[in-house]
Write a protein that binds this ligand. Structure first.
Ligand code: CA
Length: 233
């Protein structure tokens, strides 16, 4: 994990112009980053695959393999953040670099504060992606339920649910495709000691249908007559 207190963030500088590489190294190390550098394109590509870097600063024009090719090849196997370093006004390079999966680009010569801001931005976005990928989520059609966040979205739009509505939906989603009886739902969502009308399940199913199926014009909750309810893709 980048940017944590116990392990310094390792940045790989791929640049064949020594003075620039040296300047980058000094700037980054002064900020507490660990650096390694490599002037040769092909070796840089091999080192990116073999060693574990938190971010790569990648020059475009390099001997043996150019930055575009490196970026394209690395992206086939790794999502390490890559910031392309391009000569001034090489707009085409910028666009191409981003198309190949680079996270950002900088035109040379660059000011240290801007470079550092872009590095921190790329690291932060990468960490967010990693965290999001690790997060538990249930997906049904266009609906995503995030149990850790207590959040439900349909087509990216948050759905406002009461506590019981959320618990009911979560139970259905956790058992996607299975038909759950009213009794099962009552016991799990309302508890064994619930004394009240068993109609409460039907009432809450109708609340969910209003807030999800009807609102987004897509069928999620199915009734199996005489048995119970299920949520399906
Ligand atoms: Ca170069």
């Amino acid at each position: 994990m980048a940017n944590n207190a116990t392990k310094p963030t390792k940045i790989f500088i791929v640049e064949d112009e020594r003075p620039i590489a040296r300047l980058l190294q000094l700037t980054l190390e002064r900020e507490g980053f660990k650096t390694a550098s490599e002037p040769n394109g092909r070796r840089a590509y091999e080192r990116i695959l073999q060693e574990k870097y938190d971010l790569v600063l990648l020059d475009v024009m390099l001997p043996e393999m150019d930055g575009m090719e490196i970026c394209k090849r690395v992206r086939e196997v790794s999502d390490v953040p890559i910031i392309m370093l391009t000569a001034r006004d090489e707009i085409k390079d910028k666009v191409e670099g981003l198309d190949l999966g680079a996270d950002d680009y900088m035109t040379k010569p660059f000011a240290a504060p801007e470079l550092l801001a872009r590095i921190r931005g790329a690291l932060r976005r990468h960490n967010d992606r990693v965290r999001e990928a690790e997060e538990t989520r249930y997906v049904v059609k266009n609906m995503i339920l995030y149990p850790e966040r207590y959040e439900v979205t349909v087509k990216g739009v948050p759905v406002e649910l009461t506590h019981k509505e959320y618990e009911l939906l979560k139970y259905l989603v956790e058992n996607k495709r299975n038909v759950l009886s009213r009794d099962q739902i009552l016991q799990t969502v309302w508890g064994y000691d619930y004394i009240g009308d068993t109609n409460v399940v039907d009432v809450y199913i109708s609340y969910l249908r209003t807030k999800i199926d009807d609102k987004f014009g897509e069928k999620y909750i199915y009734t199996t007559r005489g048995v119970g309810y299920a949520i399906r893709d």
